[in-house]
Write a protein that binds this ligand. Sequence first.
Ligand SMILES: *C/C=C(C)/C=C/C=C(C)/C=C/C1=C(C)CCCC1(C)C
Length: 241
Amino acid sequence: MNYLLNFPLVAKVATDDYVGFTFFVGCMAMMAASVFFFLSMNSFDKKWRTSILVSGLITFIAAVHYWYMRDYWAANMESPTFFRYVDWILTVPLMCVEFYLILKIAGAKKALMWKLIFLSVIMLITGYIGEAVDIPNAQIWGLVSGIAYFAIVYEIWLGSAKKLAVAAGGSVLQAHKTLCWFVLVGWAIYPIGYMAGTPGWYDGIFGGLSLDVVYNIGDAINKIGFGLVIYNLAVQQTEKA
Ligand SMILES: *C/C=C(C)/C=C/C=C(C)/C=C/C1=C(C)CCCC1(C)C
């Protein structure tokens, strides 16, 4: 009994803990989105089910990590950098898989998928090193990460992925374009969080922001939004069939 009183099962969350609030809301949003994607999966044409399944996996993996991050924040009041990057290293490659899956009908090759996955892994590993391992050189690691990020942007906006999307046309091209905007604008939220939380030339520009709030907003927009674009595409393609 005493033990339970000293170590309550539910950590206290202060009413003005806005960072904690975004972890709780983020966790619930990811759970709800996962239920939505999983339950809607079977109402679609067979060839779209895998895409919806992957959308659900992305939000489900995030929901589990948010469960831990929410707890970690409540107990320690510090950034759950480790859980954050484990989440990303699983979910960002799955977002690359989504690009491949929707372009498959235009003949996308696995090589495209692996190229995007490779670039995303470089982007995340260098980001992790800058944020957790070699903090004094965070701006250099951030730059390398940013280069890998731009290589992804180039590949989908102007590279071979773009050509495949044009060849597919119609709602696939439309969905590809929307996902491209997510990567260009939605993913650009993350370097802002990184600059808010690490030292560099950008000190004093983003210093007032909370890295976790920025990352949590980015995750909600990108993981759920990305999934909804795929959902919308599947609806259109199933209606057409
Ligand atoms: C669901 C999680 C997503 C979509 C995470 C995306 C993360 C990024 C695009 C992170 C990018 C970074 C840079 C471009 C430079 C600074 C370091 C990072 C890793 C924050």
